[in-house]
Design a protein around this ligand. Structure first.
Ligand SMILES: Nc1ncnc2c1ncn2[C@@H]1O[C@H](COP(=O)(O)OP(=O)(O)OP(=O)(O)O)[C@@H](O)[C@H]1O
Ligand SMILES: [Mg+2]
Length: 371
């Protein structure tokens, strides 16, 4: 493994007596797109500020390209931060905003002009050089902030919810553009968002934050397919979370009693910190539950079929969400399907009997249940 571009070593930070970061360790490779994802207040911005040098950690160390920078001020780090509010200068025009850092560093005007033109072309703002900041849209302001970050050619860019102020359509378009720029320049990005879809779309790896710790770190697919806790399962995508007793455990298999009712054999996960006899949480993705409207079709092997009552079907345009009751406890499961189901629903759907088809290997064992 080459020396990582960034290394955080057990970073802790409290504000007053409240611990905010509780031992964050992290490595980012050159050219990597890493996303910090988590709910409001979990410490994402604080982590970025520690990396950028705007906060000093109480404990732990920050390394850039192998050299410790924990005590260096922001301007002595080869890092640029794009803040959520863009922090543009309203009295300067677009080109002057982008050139600002270069001028400060004493770059001659001719050279700076070339760099500014390149950066503006990269964010598709050629021709906007002399516009005032007040005369361009929010999306364009976002691009100016990005151009200003790129113009100094840092090897690491920190972006704090850079698309937060944009409407959904523009946001989606900018996600693809940002990713394309990052790839083209081979820059490392550390990108903060609380939008899980954005994180899945853009990242090489995602660090899922919860209350000042990283709950899970991995590639988008890994995090989505193999969440290790109900927090992660529920925060990334939708998940049905159930209780299950581990009635038997072998080297390869776990036998689960779901909701005290349904027995299922699932592959034993690689890491499992629960023992036989204990109760764990398990997750099942809504798109992994198939709803069958007649028992006759419930025949394929290797699959489990559960009778259930259909409670509600909600039409969402591209998919239908179906609420189901497979257990005596009345616990509701959600399934989503892209298939048209209107025809199979008998008018007022509630109470209709259906069968749920589940692949046991789609069940993910999470943490030990507190109950
Ligand atoms: N300078 C400060 N003084 C005191 N408390 C602070 C300070 N900065 C942040 N906090 C607190 O630290 C916690 C984490 O804040 P942080 O800004 O890192 O969260 P975040 O994950 O970025 O959240 P959001 O998604 O809402 O931006 C919050 O409870 C916040 O109120
Ligand atoms: Mg924040």
């Amino acid at each position: 493994m080459p020396e990582p571009l960034l290394r955080l070593e057990s970073i802790s930070k409290s504000f007053g007596s409240t611990p905010i970061l509780k031992g964050i360790s992290l490595e980012v490779q050159a050219g990597e797109f890493l996303t910090l994802l988590g709910p409001s207040g979990c410490g994402k911005t604080t982590t970025l500020r520690v990396i950028g040098g705007f906060e000093h950690p109480d404990d732990g160390r920050v390394f850039l390209a192998g050299a410790e920078v924990t005590d260096l001020p922001p301007y002595r780090r080869d890092v640029h931060t794009v803040f959520q509010n863009y922090a543009l200068f309203p009295h300067l025009n677009v080109a002057e905003n982008v050139a600002f850092g270069l001028v400060l560093r004493g770059m001659p005007k001719g050279a700076a002009d070339v760099r500014v033109r390149e950066a503006l072309a990269l964010v598709k703002l050629s021709g906007f050089e002399s516009r005032r900041i007040s005369q361009i849209s929010g999306g364009q302001q976002q691009r100016v902030a990005l151009a200003r970050a790129l113009v100094g050619r840092p090897s690491l860019l920190l972006l704090d919810e850079p698309l937060g102020a944009l409407d959904l359509k523009l946001r989606k378009a900018m996600q693809l553009e940002l990713k394309a720029i990052q790839r083209k320049l081979g820059l490392a990005f550390i990108y903060v968002t609380h939008d899980q879809e954005e994180a899945l779309t853009m990242s090489d790896r995602i660090a899922v934050f919860n209350h000042g710790v990283i709950e899970q770190l991995g590639a988008p697919k890994d995090i989505y397919e193999h969440p290790r806790s109900s927090f992660v399962a529920d925060f990334i995508g939708a998940a049905n979370i159930l209780d299950a007793k581990l009635t038997r455990l072998t080297d390869t298999e776990a036998v689960l009693l779901l909701e005290n009712e349904v027995e299922l054999r699932v592959p034993r996960p690689k890491t499992l910190d629960a023992a036989e006899g204990e109760t764990v949480r398990v997750a099942l993705r809504p798109e992994r539950i198939e709803v069958l409207f007649s028992q006759a079709s419930a025949s394929a092997s290797g699959l489990t079929h559960l009778p259930a009552l259909l409670r509600e079907a909600v039409y969402l345009g591209s998919a239908t969400q179906i609420f189901l009751e497979p257990f005596k406890t009345g616990k509701t499961l959600v399934a989503t399907t892209m298939d048209p189901v209107e025809k199979q629903l008998n008018g007022n759907a509630s109470g209709q009997r259906v069968w749920l088809e589940i692949r046991p290997s789609d069940i993910r064992i999470l943490e030990r249940s507190a109950a």
